[in-house]
Ligand binder design. Structure first.
Ligand SMILES: O=P(O)(O)OC[C@H]1O[C@@H](O)[C@H](O)[C@@H](O)[C@@H]1O
Length: 336
């Protein structure tokens, strides 16, 4: 679907060569993580870092230049196959949630991904040195549950300013002429000081499907979304703007999420009852996390053989000591 111009191809090739030089070890370190699982650490000169597990192709840590953790990972996360790691940024593919016949959130989050040493050209900003390319392909086992061949390439980049970018490129490699359809999400767990101090801006007045009410469609009323009603929240906002802001008043920090190719956004917090029912989640941890997920759920993406889809999420933080009215996500970006 996306065509890449030859100029971009040349630029990318020269960049890909530069990333194999010795000093790039400063930016990309390969090591073992919890339970001996393969892990990659991306570092930027000012001190920001990102950790990625090949298990699930999953980001499990994103720290700013002061070493503060910006993502939530449960203290009870197992880091053990076949359970997905609870926290960070699980990849939901080829199915979001229970919207289909596959296991919840699809299988990409509990498969072992590989490093993609020779990714096809990729138009990127040449100042980005800290990035890793991962790939997941169909296995003969998976073809039995989802009868399609695909190549899923994931580039994870830590920008010089500490921004975290994830770009997915999914290609239909079926040889039987069949198209396939999938739904998708970057299931990002943001770390927050106290859920009752958090507001989400950019989703007000939109339609959403309520997962807790049989996926029925409603329209969000009122101002920005807050979490004080002492019940779990599990909503799929439809056709959302490309920028969403998550404001943590207590910590005076705003997360800014930008997305492309992903029209929907899921907001999830399990609250206390569901938290207690999850074996890999602490009873009180719901207070310190909020999932805001760039997603494509309502209208599945359909790819013909040879076609490729791209979906991108970029997250960054800005200090927030704003008061209401200044919280327009566009303004947050302009000050970036
Ligand atoms: O426990 P899981 O499979 O990781 O899912 C967690 C939650 O993920 C959210 O994205 C879904 O909207 C919720 O319905 C779900 O409960």
């Amino acid at each position: 679907m996306d065509s890449v111009r030859s100029k971009d191809i040349q630029k990318d090739r020269s960049m890909d060569r530069s990333t194999s030089s010795g000093d790039d070890k400063l930016f990309v370190e390969h090591c073992k993580g919890v339970n001996g699982l393969e892990r990659v650490i991306l570092r930027e000169v000012r001190g920001a870092s990102v950790e990625v597990y090949l298990y699930g192709g999953q980001v499990t840590s994103w720290k700013n230049e002061y070493g503060e953790e910006l993502l939530f990972v449960s203290s009870k996360a197992t880091f053990k196959l076949p359970k997905a790691i609870r926290g960070g940024i699980p990849i939901c593919f080829p199915q979001f949630g229970s919207h289909g016949s596959l296991e919840q959130h699809g299988f990409a989050r509990n498969r072992m991904w590989s490093i993609d040493d020779d990714p096809p050209p990729f138009p990127t900003n040449t100042s980005n040195r800290a990035f890793i390319d991962l790939i997941l392909k169909h296995s003969e086992e998976d073809v039995k549950i989802w009868p399609h061949r695909y190549e899923f390439r994931l580039r994870i980049t830590l920008g010089p300013g500490g921004d975290l970018m994830l770009t997915s490129r999914i290609r239909n490699t079926n040889t039987d002429g069949k198209s396939f359809a999938f739904t998708f999400a970057y299931h990002t767990y943001f770390a927050v000081s106290d859920i009752s101090e958090v507001r989400v801006e950019g989703l007000e007045t939109l339609d959403y499907l309520d997962n807790l009410k049989g996926k029925e469609r409603f329209t969000e009323q009122g101002d920005a979304i807050t979490f004080e009603s002492e019940v779990s929240v599990d909503k799929i906002y439809l056709s959302t703007p490309t920028k969403i802001a998550i404001l943590d008043h207590e910590r005076k920090r705003t997360f800014v999420l930008r997305k492309d190719g992903l029209p929907d956004a899921v907001v999830w917090n399990p609250w206390d009852k569901k938290a207690k029912a999850m074996t890999d989640f602490g009873d009180e941890e719901y207070k310190h996390m909020l999932c805001v997920e760039a997603a494509c759920v309502e209208k599945p993406i359909v790819l013909k053989p040879g076609e490729e889809w791209r979906g991108r999420q970029e997250i960054s933080t800005v200090p927030s000591s704003y008061c209401s009215g200044q919280l327009d996500p566009k303004k947050v970006f302009q000050s970036d």
